[in-house]
Write a protein of this length. Structure first.
Length: 417
């Protein structure tokens, strides 16, 4: 019997441990469902972030592409479908112009129907992620796909994506496709997939930089080729003048709390750790600390030279994703849905280790803290200290790096074939 059969059978068998995991996932899922139903009225009134995406699609539909980043136009368009009397300005659309095309078809139907349709797409995307990753796992490869989907939905950042109608699940799918291409030695295609994810460039660019530094240079060619096409497409949608003003618009929104900028205390990244406190968080010192910490983390990750060679591809890509989330200047809770990919790969590797080993729990403990919804709720609504969740992320980063030096090539060659 192979290692895969042994570990897979043990995990897939009717054990008390597996039943406990199922109960935990169902419990988290029920919690999310109740919260979703409680907030449904606010969703219908246009409170979610999806309002900005839907309005961007409608703006293009109305032939107003040149006004895509005009706040007065955004406010007027959103007022046509969002019933929020307490909002004195728009929920600004801050993503590149090309992404608005994704929401153009949805703008043809009423807002609530478009919200439901977008979340159905998100569920299909999660299913695709499960189908793509499952064959490349070892200890978890015999788990039914529906259980993977259940686990994804039990993850609080996934729930928040669905609640807000956000687009981070789409980026997760693109990252998964990029990982799959990287494993197949299709580096140019990997770069193409990553370029399509530049609607959240704060995560995509660090991943591309690390992969290229790790000697997969054809990724840069694929990335640059598609990125050029996206720039030309964006210019066609809004005009060169509006496109060139886009960076200034982003910086303006980033400094305007009344327009929805997220305080650092709600950011589970290095910026949140440095700037998300009521004392000593003002001025240039915390910002310099953020930049310095991000540079150090990126440089440290860049030193993992053989990260994407042979059996280390899954661990190396996981490291790149977690580092990108930590160094991203604007990381929200829903962006942590990107961690599904590294968490699944790290947990799968940890499950192969003997139960009593320190390395096993080193990989599992930071993951478990990220999977516990009541902790997220406490930090999000109770204390406004989501930034402390960057600590288990740093721990997870360290554990992934340790796996790079201790992983068994023969076992990984079987599991990540």
């Amino acid at each position: 019997m192979t290692d895969k059969e042994t570990h897979g059978g043990a995990l897939a068998g009717p054990s008390a441990r597996r039943r406990l995991i199922r109960v935990f996932m169902v419990g988290m899922l029920c919690f999310h469902l109740l919260l979703f139903l409680k907030l449904w009225n606010r969703i219908q009134r246009g409170y979610p972030d999806f309002t900005a995406f839907y309005a961007a699609g409608r703006t293009l539909h109305d032939g107003l592409g040149a006004s895509l980043y005009d706040l007065r136009t955004e406010y007027r368009v959103q007022g046509q479908f969002a019933n929020i009397s307490s909002r004195h300005g728009p929920l600004p659309y801050i993503h590149p112009p090309f992404e608005a095309l994704v929401f153009l078809p949805l703008s043809l139907v009423p807002y609530t129907q478009a919200f439901v349709a977008w979340n159905l797409f998100n569920l299909i995307a999660l299913l695709c992620v499960a189908l793509l990753l499952r064959p490349h796992l070892n200890a978890s490869s015999t788990i039914p796909v529906w259980e993977f989907l259940l686990g994804f939905l039990a993850f609080f950042p996934t729930f928040l994506n669905l609640l807000q109608g956000q687009d981070s699940i789409l980026l997760l799918l693109l990252f998964t496709l990029a990982f799959f291409a990287l494993k197949q030695q299709a580096d140019f295609l990997c770069g193409c997939w990553l370029a399509l994810g530049t609607f959240k460039f704060q995560f995509t660019i660090p991943v591309v930089l690390l992969i290229v530094i790790w000697n997969r240079k054809r990724v840069a060619a694929g990335f640059a080729s598609v990125l050029l096409l996206l720039v030309l497409l964006s210019a066609a949608l809004v005009g060169w003048n509006e496109l060139l003003q886009y960076p200034r618009f982003i910086l303006h929104i980033a400094g305007a709390r009344d327009l929805g900028d997220v305080p650092p205390a709600f950011m589970p990244n290095l910026r949140g750790l440095a700037e998300g406190w009521s004392i000593g968080s003002r001025g240039w010192a915390p910002k310099i600390l953020t930049l310095l910490g991000s540079a150090i983390l990126l440089l440290w990750a860049a030193t993992k030279r053989n990260t994407l060679n042979g059996p280390h591809v899954h661990t190396g890509f996981s490291l790149a994703v977690v580092v990108s989330v930590l160094v991203g200047w604007h990381t929200n809770i829903h962006d942590l849905v990107l961690l599904i990919l590294p968490l699944l790969l790290v947990l799968d590797s940890s499950l192969l280790l003997p139960l009593g080993t320190t390395r096993k729990w080193g990989g599992l403990l930071p993951a478990l803290s990220l999977l516990f919804t009541p902790l997220w709720i406490l930090l999000w609504l109770g204390g406004s200290k989501v930034n402390v969740m960057a600590i288990p992320l740093l721990w997870l980063t360290w554990e992934i790096a340790k796996q790079l030096s201790t992983i068994d090539p023969e076992k990984v060659g079987v599991s990540m074939k």
